[in-house]
Design a protein around this ligand. Sequence first.
Ligand SMILES: Cc1cc2nc3c(=O)[nH]c(=O)nc-3n(C[C@H](O)[C@H](O)[C@H](O)COP(=O)(O)O)c2cc1C
Length: 200
Amino acid sequence: MDVDLDYEAFRAVMGSFASGVAVVTTRTPAGEPYGLTCSSVCSVSADPPLLLACIRTPSRTLDVLRESGVFAVNFLDAHGREISRRFAGPVQDKFDGVPWRPGTARGVPVLDRVLAHAECSIQQLIDAGDHVVVIGLLVGGDVDRSRSPLGYWRGSYMQVYRMDQPGSIRVEVPEIVEPHGVGDAEMVVELGFGLERIGL
Ligand SMILES: Cc1cc2nc3c(=O)[nH]c(=O)nc-3n(C[C@H](O)[C@H](O)[C@H](O)COP(=O)(O)O)c2cc1C
């Protein structure tokens, strides 16, 4: 079977699973911050509290993370598209102009204006194909319940609203999706109007 075809099929299938967007951060022993945009983050265990992030190799952030043994996962809110792009790009100093502070548990960079952050110490690193699965033990964190998440689905950023609180549903079609293709845009706009009908 054609390898490229396999890769496209894999991307199409896995891209169908909607996620949030996070910035995984770490620091050198001297305190210099590093980070990357990461959507492959998931909860692993409640007791002990473990989460994972999958990081593609090579990665500057992963190199520093291996050395420091600590990292933070910063969950972006609906206004976080620019931050997401910045931490996914080839920018030399990704933190330039981005407000952040050292986390209280391990001094790992915590971004301002995020939904929540988790400070972690590395529990396990597992090589898996072209990625490394980083499993972290939660050692600190915080949640801001006033914010709503930035979503990511089939290569587009999304706004996400709660369906169990109809009054809070806000439909701003141009903001709902940043289309990469007309097909996706049509699909999401339809969904947006659907939510509006259910909610009001
Ligand atoms: C929405 C989005 C999600 C991403 N998710 C991941 C991911 O889960 N794992 C990963 O390794 N890279 C992911 N990336 C790509 C990295 O952010 C990108 O390769 C980054 O430049 C790596 O930075 P570094 O080499 O400085 O560590 C994602 C990018 C975007 C825009």
